[in-house]
Design a protein around this ligand. Structure first.
Ligand SMILES: [Zn+2]
Length: 285
């Protein structure tokens, strides 16, 4: 009996020793792991460089790194592309537009308006300012456009609306017509799918003649110099086609308000880049 008792005691002691030993080892490992980063505070140089970029957004860090793996671009382009959602699938990875941003709402291939969205303050431009059938803009944008057109007239330049507000249904018909003519892939480069067209905001318009020849007109040159003074930006610039997702459109302008238009002009941004950094990012911090 005594021997058996001692044996059991020894076994219990061994078990306790093993458990305690394991516990100590695990604990010391954890402590080591916790201590390590403190003793090695050096950050990955790539991350440091990214953080020093002007338009760096902290919550996008993982996406910058993943995008950089597949795209050997300059860091400023990595930042601009990811901020503009180029690492996401167009028309698939999408979010409903926050229309409470009013003049700064973003509509593109990642942000959409619902079928029933229609601005509540659309006004019709008079024939003095208008060439086409889609002659409505939101009130503030319409006033700014008329002011701009009047100023251009004083310089002997004619600036008129060719197509402004388009309803969801209008965009459905337009896009379907282009797809029938050129196929979906080609149509997507120049025409927005319904819900994804900025024309549905009532803040965008096409000016004078809707073709590439507009670039070589005095009206275009005047707009290049003065549009931002009235709160309008050239929405799809030549050198930013990958970011906007659209071919260069010298005729398409978007109202964003004078202050924002000036900033976008001075910093050479698109609305995509501006929105990500100055609107969305600032909201979340
Ligand atoms: Zn347009």
């Amino acid at each position: 009996m005594k021997k058996a008792k001692i044996r059991i005691l020894i076994i219990i002691l061994i078990i306790i020793t093993v458990i305690a030993g394991t516990f100590i080892i695990i604990n010391s490992k954890n402590t080591n792991q916790a201590v390590k980063p403190v003793s090695e505070t050096k950050e990955d140089p790539l991350i440091t460089k990214l953080k020093n970029e002007k338009y760096y957004i902290a919550k996008n860090l993982d996406r910058y790194l993943a995008y950089k793996e597949n795209n050997d671009y300059e860091l400023s382009k990595i930042i601009a592309d990811v901020n503009s959602n180029l690492d996401k699938k167009r028309y698939e990875d999408v979010t409903e537009t926050d229309t409470s941003n009013y003049n700064l709402m973003l509509v593109n291939k990642y942000y959409y308006l619902t079928e029933d969205y229609e601005p509540d303050d659309l006004v019709t431009l008079t024939s003095k300012y208008n060439l086409g059938a889609n002659s409505k803009l939101r009130k503030e944008a319409a006033n700014a456009f008329m002011k701009m057109s009047d100023a251009a007239t004083l310089d002997n330049i004619s600036i008129k609306n060719a197509s402004a507000y388009r309803s969801y249904q209008y965009q459905v018909n337009l896009y379907d017509r282009y797809v029938a003519r050129d196929g979906k892939e080609a149509a997507d480069t120049y025409s927005a799918r319904a819900g994804f067209s900025e024309h549905q905001t009532g803040l965008a318009l096409d000016i004078n003649n809707v073709d590439d020849s507009f670039e070589n007109t005095d009206a275009f040159r005047w707009l290049q110099k003065h549009a931002f003074e009235y709160g309008f930006i050239l929405r799809f610039p030549k050198d930013k086609e990958d970011i906007t997702g659209y071919q260069y459109e010298p005729w398409h302008y978007r109202y964003v308000g004078v202050e924002t238009a000036k900033q976008i002009y001075n910093e050479n941004l698109t609305l995509e880049e501006y929105y990500a950094y100055y609107i969305e990012n600032k909201k979340s911090t």
